[in-house]
Structure formats: C-alpha cells, structure tokens
Design a protein around this ligand. Structure first.
Ligand SMILES: [Fe+2]
Ligand SMILES: [Fe+2]
Length: 699
C-alpha cells in the first residue's frame, strides 16, 4: 500500500472514457476489490474531519460576493467529477443481460428517465459546465490531463467517482454493489452539499445567465427502494449476484462513507478557499505562470524584473505574490482603490481577459486580507490510503477464433466477471471478423450499400432498394417450416440479444445526432424499459413455442449444453463485441445497424410470415420487426438518417471515402456472420433476392 500520489486521479481519467482500455478496467477492478476489503479512509478520520468542518463553517449571510464566488467555484469543481458522468453507472441496466430480467428492465427504465427524459439529458453536467464556464472553465476534454489539472482536486475527491465508474465498466463482477448505487443516484444524494455551500452555488448560478440549477431531489414517482430490493432478490435467484444480500448491505455502507468523504472534501476546499486568501493567490500565480513567462517586457516589481520573478515560478511563486503585495499596484485592504484591479485587470486593460471571475475574486480577497494578514492554517485532508494498483498481466488475446472460442466469448460478453479480459478479446474478435468476412465468397444479397457514398443520392438509393425488396419474388414456404425452425433455434443466441450492437451508446452522457437516432432504435429493441417487451424476451416466447426449453442465455449451460452450431455464435458475438467500441468502431456500427434494421421488409417478409402462420407457427416476432423497422418512420428510417449524419461529419473532415469503406466493411461482416450460419451447415437459401440481381449475376 502506498499513500496518495495521483493514482485515483489517473484511474478517473481512464474510467471516464466512453471506451476505457482493458488496462484501466483491470485497474478499476483491483481498486474496488481492495476498497471492499479495506475502506479507503478510516471511519474515525472521517468523523474527525467532519467535526473540524462543522466548527469552521460560516453563515451564508456573512459572506460577500467575492467570497460566494470562490466558494461556488470550489464546489463546482467537486461536483463536476460526478456531474460529467452523471448516472453512467446505471447504464448496465439497459444492457444484456439485465434489461432482459423484469426487475432489471424496471431499473433500466428508471435510470433512462433520470438520464434521458426530455430536457434532462446531462442536466448536472450542464449545470457544472455552466457554472465553471462563468467562474473559470477547466480546459480540455473530460478526463484529459488538462481537464483534471484545471479541476485542482486532491486524490480524496476521486474516491467516489472511481468507485461508481468501476461499477459502470465492470457490472457483471459487481452486481450487488451496482444495485446499492441505484438509490443514492436517483435520489440526488450524490449531489447534496452543506447548506451554506449550496446557497453559494445557487447564488452564483442565479447570477449567471444560462446556468440552471437542476432539481436536486429527483425521486421520480416510483418507490426506488422497492424496485432495488426486488431486483436484488431476482438477480440473486438467477445466479447473477452471489451473496447478494450481504454484499449489497456492505457496499451500501461503503458508498455512504464515500459520499460523506466526497462532501467533506468539497466543504474543506470551500472553507480553505475562504480561510487562506494568500494560498489562493499563490495558487493563482502558479496556474498563470506558464503563460506569464517572458510576457512582461521591462515591467518591474519591487525592484526586480517581472520576467525574472516568473522565471523562478512556480517554485518561487510566493515571491511573486509578496513583490506584488509591496508594489504600487496594490493598496492593502482596498481592492477598489488598487491599480492592479482598477486599471490592469479591468477590460480593456493590459491584463484584461486573463482572469476569470473566480480569479478576480481571489485577487480582491487577497488585497482585502493584506490589511490584516492573519495566518489561518488550512484544514487538512482526511488521510486516504490509496492501494498500489499494479496492472494485471493477461494472456494475449487470440488473433483468430475457433468455434469453441467464439461460444466462450459469448458467455464472457454477457455474464463474464473478467471485463478487462472480455474487452481485450472483443477487440481482437472484431478485428478478426471484419477481416475474415471480407474474403469469404459472398452470395447475392437483396441489397448492397453503394460502392461510393454520394450525399444527394443516398436517401433515393434507400427508397429504390426498398421498392425492389417490396417487389422481390416470393417463394412459398416449401419445407413445412423446417428451415424456419432451424433458423430460429440456431439463431437463438443472436436474437436473444437483439439490439446489442448499439448497447455501448448507453455509456454516453450526451449523444450526438447520429448517436441519438441509434440510441432511439436501441431503446425500442430493449422494449422501452417495459419488462417483457424487449425483442430478446419476445424471442424467448418464439423458441418456447417451437418446443425448445432453453437455459437462460447468460448461464454456462446455454453455451455448454445446448446443441447449437458454433456458427450460431458468430453474429451475436460480433454484435456484442463491436458494441464495446462505440467510439473507435462507430462507422462499422452504423454499417452493422443498416444490415440489422434494413432487411426482411417488404412483401417477401410479409408473405413468408403469412405462409408460416398458415402452418401454425407463431410469427409475432417477424411481424413486430416488419412494423418496427419500417422505412417511413421506423428503424430503417433512423438508420438511414444516422448514415446521413455520420457521412456529413466525415465530409466536413474530408474523410468521406475512408469512413464509407468502414461502414461497408461493418455491414459485410454482419451479413457474412448470417451467411456462414444459414447457407453453411443449415443449408438455408436466401429467401428474398430481387429478380434483377439474380439476372445480373446470371443465375
Ligand atoms: Fe429487433
Ligand atoms: Fe429494429
């Protein structure tokens, strides 16, 4: 064990990514495993810190505008590390297997309502962003080095976010723990602050156009506790949450302590910002040093060239502050009469637009303090014991995949408890299959994406293709439904995780236009949060109706004991695996999505369904898709628009051909996964190939 360095800050940076690396996921697991065994802050240290804070808290009514601003800025930085990722840790409930389980689907809907209901998307993030923007914005992308540096938080501030983010990336390992995080999130407990700090934040927000303070106590209309208890029971019964009750209780306590620690750290920062104006000023000089170096020409402070003073900063930043304090620019005790404020930093002055609102308040409070420079010690941080997180070595991921390896990966991706390993293998599988699928001989498809993307022609191409599909020759069901039965059985793994290719989007806090369209499709696929309405669950009814009693798809028995063909796992594993890379594989996912949504439409699909109905088969799954995937307003229309948005962005970046090639490769890989199963050992011929395509290929 080592004491705080920047381990937890680095972990936050890794886990805050939409696509965390396997290494970071492994580090998160190591971190949480250790925290569960040995809490990161001793209980009495936290009690002591809270006691110090209680004794030192001021009354809001006693604070002036500058004080309110520095407090609000300090608080906003602490809120930001939670707000930027708000609710991401609840995303697993909208993923397989949890969205298939009635109680999990319910939690999925509650978290969807919390994160994505109209006007609510990223609400805490917008608030924290807005506040920081007004008071002094951290630069850089969330999780980037520049960003966390600008937040200026100690290690203790990352304990809670790191715990929650680990739950989000490794849900299968921490199911009871994940359940324990639901209520504190949905009830707003994570964002509660001491009253005097909350008043400062609200006051700063009220004075800042465009910054809206969200309702803190979101409780929905639901009994959250009841839903969580029900899910804990059901998940435990289903074998997904071993020792569920004990682990749930223990982690709930741990989480409450972590929330206390987060709140105490936030209050400590706010108090120290008030207690030690000179330290705030020294910190300000340190922050500005990189841009202040060699920027002052012949300007002199206290007999020394300013450029020389800054050359020795940040090590000697205190010297800069002292020299400034003695200079003619400052009148101790009177910020409004100090030239530094009245002429240098005012806009337009030589140093106008260099300081944020928070910075200006820090300067003004320091000048006031100089009249009676009392030294008050800052309140110290609670001692945080940070585990030494060594990267976990792992066997190299295979570069080709045999049938049994593919089956195994299916299990890993839906229920495996080693997420780091699964992600590494998922990446390898995607790469393998994207390449392998291109070199297998292709049959004639009912449609192929055009070779080149032309923005003006694409919607028309979709329309024309649909018409061809609608008028394709219909062959009657000739085999008493044998191929339907075979296809339904061996395609079970695939259809049970219907929608899975898009599930990685649930990790996004704010969605782009193309992502939003795909997310809407995903939400339909998993039944709009209604238990039993997910396409996967409806598929279970279909196979049961055919007389098969399958074990649940997330159990070992599903891959070990059912006589599925190995090839039946290619498509679902490709879908699940590519979903883990919603950023780096986004163009391929858009191509996969086109294939999944834009097929089986038109008269051929309907006639086939009618033929099967006549033979006594339940065709509601097929009919549901003919309806949901329609090209007017349904999934095919959204898929087309997602292509249009993606390609417009590619055009702006000048990479149209490269991105289109990736969309096509994704589509081909998805297609060929089906071809290998259907037209391989099952020997099922494609049912729906427009006549002109058959003629063109001379068949
Ligand atoms: Fe579907
Ligand atoms: Fe669909």
């Amino acid at each position: 064990m080592i004491t705080a360095s920047d381990t937890l800050t680095r972990l936050y940076r890794g886990l805050a990514a939409v696509e965390p690396t396997p290494e970071d996921v492994g580090l998160g697991d190591a971190f949480l495993d250790m925290v569960i065994v040995r809490p990161i802050v001793a209980g009495d240290a936290l009690d002591a810190l809270e006691g110090d804070l209680r004794g030192a808290a001021p009354r809001f009514a006693d604070l002036g505008p500058d004080e309110i601003r520095v407090v609000a800025a300090a608080a906003a930085r602490h809120l930001a590390v939670l707000a930027d990722q708000d609710g991401v840790w609840l995303a697993p409930f909208a993923r397989a297997p949890y969205c298939h389980i009635a109680t999990g689907a319910r939690l999925g809907e509650l978290s969807h309502e919390y994160r994505r209901s109209p006007g609510q998307e990223g609400r805490f993030k917008r608030m924290a962003d807005g506040l920081l923007n007004v008071l002094g914005q951290p630069s850089g992308d969330i999780g980037s080095k520049a960003y966390v540096q600008a937040l200026r938080l100690g290690e203790a501030a990352y304990v809670l976010p790191d715990m929650l983010l680990t739950l989000s990336v490794s849900p299968n390992r921490y199911v009871p723990e994940l359940l324990a995080a639901v209520e504190p999130t949905l009830t707003g407990a994570l964002f509660e602050m001491p009253d005097w700090v909350a008043e400062c934040v609200r006051s700063a927000a009220a004075g800042s156009p465009g910054v809206e303070w969200p309702t803190l106590s979101w409780k929905g209309t639901e009994d959250v506790t009841g839903h969580v208890d029900a899910a804990l029971r059901q998940f435990t019964e289903l074998g997904l949450a071993p020792h569920g009750a004990e682990r749930f209780a223990a982690f709930g306590q741990l989480l409450r302590d972590a929330i206390r620690l987060h709140r105490a750290e936030l209050e400590r920062s706010c108090l120290n910002a008030l207690r030690t104006p000179v330290l705030g000023m020294i910190n300000l000089v340190e922050r500005k040093t990189p841009s202040a170096r060699r920027a002052h020409g012949t300007a002199v402070l206290d007999g020394r060239l300013l450029d020389d003073l800054f050359a020795a900063s940040p090590e000697k930043s205190r010297d800069v502050v002292e020299a400034l304090g003695k200079s003619r620019w400052i009148e101790p005790g009177a910020p409004d009469r100090s030239l530094f404020v009245t002429s240098l930093t005012r806009i337009p002055g030589p140093m106008g637009k260099i300081f944020s609102a928070e910075d200006t308040s820090i300067i003004r409070r320091w000048i006031t303090w100089l009249a009676e420079p009392m030294q008050v010690a800052p309140i110290g941080a609670a001692p945080v014991t940070v585990p030494d997180l060594g990267a976990q070595p792992d066997e190299p991921a295979p570069s080709t995949f045999t049938g049994p390896q593919t089956r195994e990966l299916f299990y890993d991706l839906v229920a495996g408890r080693e997420r780091a390993r699964s992600i590494r293998r998922a990446a390898a599988f995607v790469e393998y299959w994207l390449d392998a699928a291109q070199v297998i001989e292709k049959p004639v498809f009912s449609w192929e994406l055009p070779e080149r993307y032309v923005a003006d022609e694409f919607p028309e191409w979709m329309h024309k293709t649909y018409q061809d599909m609608a008028s394709a020759p219909v062959s009657p069901v000739a085999d008493d439904g044998k191929s339907h039965r075979d296809r339904s059985f061996h395609g079970a793994a695939d259809n049970l995780v219907d929608g899975a290719w898009l599930q990685g989007l649930t990790r996004r806090v704010v969605l782009s236009e193309a992502e939003q369209l795909l997310y809407d499709i995903y939400w339909d696929e998993i039944g709009n949060g209604k238990p039993g309405h997910s396409h996967g669950v409806m598929y279970e009814d279909l196979v049961t109706g055919l007389g098969y009693q399958l074990p649940k798809f997330w159990t070992r028995a599903f891959i070990d004991e059912v006589p599925f063909l190995d090839e039946g796992f290619l498509a679902p594993v490709f879908r699940l695996a590519i979903a883990d890379f919603p950023v780096s594989r986004f163009p391929e996912i858009v191509g996969v999505n086109m294939v999944c949504e834009f097929h089986g439409l038109g008269t051929a699909g309907i006639s086939k369904a009618d033929g099967l109905t006549d033979l006594g088969f339940d065709t509601s799954f097929t009919r549901l898709h003919i309806a949901d995937d329609n090209i007017e307003m349904g999934h095919s229309a959204r898929s087309r628009d997602a292509v249009v948005f993606l390609m417009a962005q590619a055009a702006r970046l000048g990479v149209t051909d490269e991105v289109w090639e990736r969309v096509r490769r994704g589509a081909t890989a998805m297609r060929m996964a089906y071809v290998v199963l259907m037209q391989g050992r099952l020997g099922i011929a494609p049912t729906q190939v427009p006549a002109h395509l058959l003629n063109a290929s001379g068949r």
